[in-house]
Ligand binder design. Structure first.
Ligand code: GLC
Length: 460
């Protein structure tokens, strides 16, 4: 019998349909209008909470700690053995999210470390086997839904615990040479992991009711020792996702950017795009995900927390460019939100309580409305109201270039107090005729007690 090397056996078997990648399933097609309708609740919501919670909360020094410090499974094990978030009260989390003005939330069912917050049938590496012994995810879903928020799961495609996940350049045991990778990956069979990943995504999308969003994170196909669509079998995985949860909104990290229906929105991470995100020149739905302080998981000693004003600017600016903001909290291993996170959520909520009209259902202003000095504009296309967010309080008057004749009424949004509009500016010593087309808003000299005051313009 001629000797065949393993790869030719596999090739022959693949031809015979015995092993190898199954045929690629068809992704459902939809028109642009259908997609817009499917995403409508999400684009109107504009603001959601990301939650990164896992064993790394206990290390409290980045969710990538296992990789950063090249920890072995054994070295990481204490975090599993001691995981007992006894103060976990997802209803309190949900309340804080709602009070901050968030309309949806996405939680890490599993992050790169491989630990599952849910009671998976396919692994022992899960919350129910730690001292807390609870399906933390189920409680989370129930609590967030009860608070009126839409729910989403983040599921890591990477897995630093599964014995068949092959070592790649992002793995804690990443190597120096191709030969080292070969040695490390002997006995690892990515096909087994691929099945595991598929089984778990199925579990998540069948066992917890209607799931509004799924974040499959992430691909790194370029360069050596990366992973991409073949490794995850992305198209078939996504076809299954769409079949199990037809309305679900899917992020863009499956390495299917060039595939029709391969993603629903772009996800610039910790990055403020300069303008509405486009693909091939067309504006697309987008969501920027951002942290309070840099890392996603709880990081005790990180001192680079953004202040409330920065966070509000982030939200407003995102909406002013037609995007969503997914703002992350990394809860502690006791199951609480750190005081710094609570303070910021509260400050955002205080602003949203009286200003959310400039956020929900809003988008970029039409081009005919230039952005006045030191401000950000959002626009509600249904009510035809324009919102001027004043980042730096002006001295009494604000000139709106080119707005004359376009505004019927103006008020401060937080207290509905009238803002006088006119087309000239006069003082005792000098009268400055406004330039043709200018509109002048007369504002109180003292900045109201609102972090970023908003003027609501009722357009003609
Ligand atoms: C990256 C990081 C990860 C974080 C995510 C959020 O992919 O690996 O830690 O969960 O981005 O977008």
């Amino acid at each position: 019998m001629p000797r065949l090397c393993l790869s030719s056996v596999l090739l022959l078997a693949a031809f015979a349909g015995l092993v190898g990648p199954t045929a690629t399933a068809q992704l459902p097609t939809e028109t642009r209008a259908e997609k817009e309708a499917r995403l409508r609740w999400w684009t109107e919501a504009r603001f959601g909470m990301f939650i990164h919670w896992g064993l790394y909360a206990q290390a409290a020094r980045h969710e990538w700690v296992k990789k950063h410090e090249r920890l072995t499974d054994e070295q990481y094990q204490p975090y599993f053995d001691h995981f007992e978030p006894d103060l976990y009260d997802p209803r309190a989390w949900a309340r804080m999210a709602r009070q901050a003005g968030m309309k949806y939330a996405v939680i890490t069912a599993k992050h790169h470390e491989g630990f599952c917050l849910f009671d998976s049938r396919f692994t022992d590496y899960k919350a129910t086997n730690t001292p807390i012994r609870r399906d933390l995810l189920r409680e989370w879903v129930d609590a967030f839904r009860a608070e009126g928020l839409r729910v989403g799961f983040y599921y890591s495609l990477l897995d630093w615990h599964h014995p068949h996940y092959t070592v790649d350049r992002n793995h804690p045991q990443s190597a120096q040479s191709a030969a080292d990778y070969d040695r490390l990956n002997q006995g690892r069979d990515m096909a087994i992991y691929r099945q595991y990943l598929r089984d778990q995504v199925r579990e998540l999308l069948t066992g917890y009711g209607k799931i509004d969003i799924i974040w499959l994170d992430y691909s790194f196909p370029s360069g050596a020792h990366g992973k991409g669509r073949q490794d995850w079998d992305s198209e078939n995985l996504l076809a299954m996702v769409r079949e199990l949860q037809p309305g679900i909104i899917v992020n863009d990290r499956l390495d299917l950017l060039d595939v029709e229906g391969g993603w629903d929105f772009r996800s610039p991470e910790q990055f403020k795009p300069r303008e509405w995100v486009t693909m091939n020149g067309v504006r697309v739905p987008w969501e920027t995900c951002q942290t309070f302080s840099g890392s996603w998981g709880y990081y005790r000693d990180e001192m680079t927390w953004k202040d409330p004003k920065q966070l509000l600017v982030l939200l407003i600016e995102t909406v002013s460019k037609g995007g969503n903001l997914l703002l992350n909290v990394g809860p502690t291993a006791r199951g609480t939100f750190d005081q710094r996170a609570q303070d910021r959520l509260q400050a955002i909520g205080q602003w949203m309580a009286v200003n959310s009209r400039s956020i929900y259902g809003c988008t970029a202003a039409p081009d005919e409305f230039p952005v006045p000095e030191q401000s950000l504009l959002t626009f509600d296309p249904d009510t035809r109201r324009l919102y001027v967010h004043l980042l730096d309080w002006p001295m009494g008057q604000l000139v709106m270039p080119g707005y004359a004749g376009k505004v019927q009424y103006a008020q401060l949004l937080h207290d509905a107090s009238e803002v006088k509009i006119s087309t000239s500016r006069t003082t005792i010593w000098m009268s400055e005729a406004a330039k043709e087309g200018d509109l002048v808003l007369t504002l109180p000299m003292v900045k109201p007690e609102v972090e970023i005051p908003v003027v609501e313009l009722f357009l003609q």
